[in-house]
Design a protein around this ligand. Structure first.
Ligand code: NAP
Length: 312
């Protein structure tokens, strides 16, 4: 099969499009013919940190069709359309085929395309777990989403609206229209305005991107407000992990989310897409042999929604 394989010595390109053996499922796995896979920060950050999957193939969020089912498989049969996040199961999505255990996958509803199915898992789950589980979002709250235009941010804006809150999205000039079209009540263009210096106060702040000081975030929280650090610059992430608990003494809480893939949440999100409550925003599509370009584009930090690899 064709795959994009990490080659440490590859120069200048470390992601090489080539032929590799088609994987063989164990009794507890299915073989999925991949139709679409999305690119996540987890792919390029793992690569930069030298965390290389065993098969040296990145790509976690896949959608495709079951081609073979191992003997112990009970939930899926050949021909089922499935989707899921394989980050905890060795990645392997930048390829024509991948093997996966049942617990990594759910059925992809026919109403959702393969590309939409691949766009959903990691980014939407992160947004959901950040605002619902860590942020304890409640109807009527004022919610600030910093980094509203990327993979996680576009889901966060829509989910915060789904939970019936007043949403302010922070993004660059190019994305202001997109953020408001996703339902944000207010948009702050960070190239023109410093939201950390405004008089506005928020019940919930979700920091998806940017490198703003954690102390500045604390200042613009309401009493009992919650800040949830999702991502951003590496120093930003370390500072949140180091100081978050310390700054949480008192009524304002400073938290960090580490999203965990689970079927229940993914099914919940899939239903929201099916019902037209949220929609995956797809920025660009690449062919499998252009995966290195897709990774480069995403790592520049200005994707407008999700970046998808479509596989014939
Ligand atoms: N904690 C977890 O479990 C978890 C899970 C998944 C992802 N993450 C992290 O979450 C972060 C976002 O992931 P993603 O997939 O959404 O990334 P992404 O799609 O690459 O995010 C790109 C977006 O970030 C925006 N952005 C860049 N600089 C900004 C700034 N200074 N202020 C506001 N927005 C800015 C860009 O908008 P403009 O072009 O308008 O600037 C762009 O739309 C990453 O750091 C990732 O590692 C964490």
């Amino acid at each position: 099969m064709k795959a994009v394989v990490y080659n440490k010595k590859g120069s200048p390109e470390k992601l090489i499009y080539c032929d590799v053996d088609k994987p063989v499922p164990t009794d507890n796995e299915v073989l999925v013919k991949i139709h679409a896979v999305s690119v996540n920060a987890a792919d390029y950050r793992s690569m930069k940190m030298g965390l290389i999957p065993k098969r040296r193939i990145f790509g976690a969020d896949i959608a495709g069709k079951v081609e073979l089912a191992g003997e112990n498989i009970t939930q899926f049969k050949v021909g089922d359309e499935v989707m899921g996040d394989l980050a905890k199961f060795g990645f392997g999505g930048f390829a024509q085929y991948v093997t996966a255990p049942e617990k990594a996958l759910i059925i992809k509803p026919a109403k959702i395309s393969f590309e939409e199915g691949a766009a959903l898992p990691m980014a939407a789950l992160t947004a959901l777990q950040a605002i619902r589980d860590k942020g304890n979002i409640r109807k009527g709250q004022k919610v600030l989403i910093v980094g509203s235009a990327g993979g996680v941010g576009t889901f966060a804006v829509q989910l915060a609206k789904y939970f019936d809150t007043e949403v302010t999205g922070v993004c660059g000039s190019n994305n202001a229209l997109q953020t408001s079209s996703l339902g944000a009540d207010y948009v702050v263009d960070y190239t023109k305005e410093d939201f950390t210096k405004s008089n506005m106060r928020y019940n919930l702040i979700m920091a998806v991107n940017g490198g703003y000081p954690i102390f500045a975030y604390k200042k613009i929280l309401t009493p009992n407000g919650v800040y949830v650090m999702v991502g951003g610059s590496i120093p930003q992430i370390f500072k949140s992990l180091l100081f978050g608990w310390l700054l949480s003494f008192g009524s304002k809480k400073m938290r960090t989310v580490s999203a965990k893939a689970n079927k229940k949440d993914l099914e919940f999100l899939t239903k929201l897409v099916e019902d037209g409550k949220i929609k995956p925003v797809i920025d660009r599509r690449y062919a499998l042999d252009k995966t290195a370009d897709a990774m480069r584009y995403l790592s520049e930090g200005h994707a407008r929604g999700k970046v998808i690899i479509s596989i014939e």
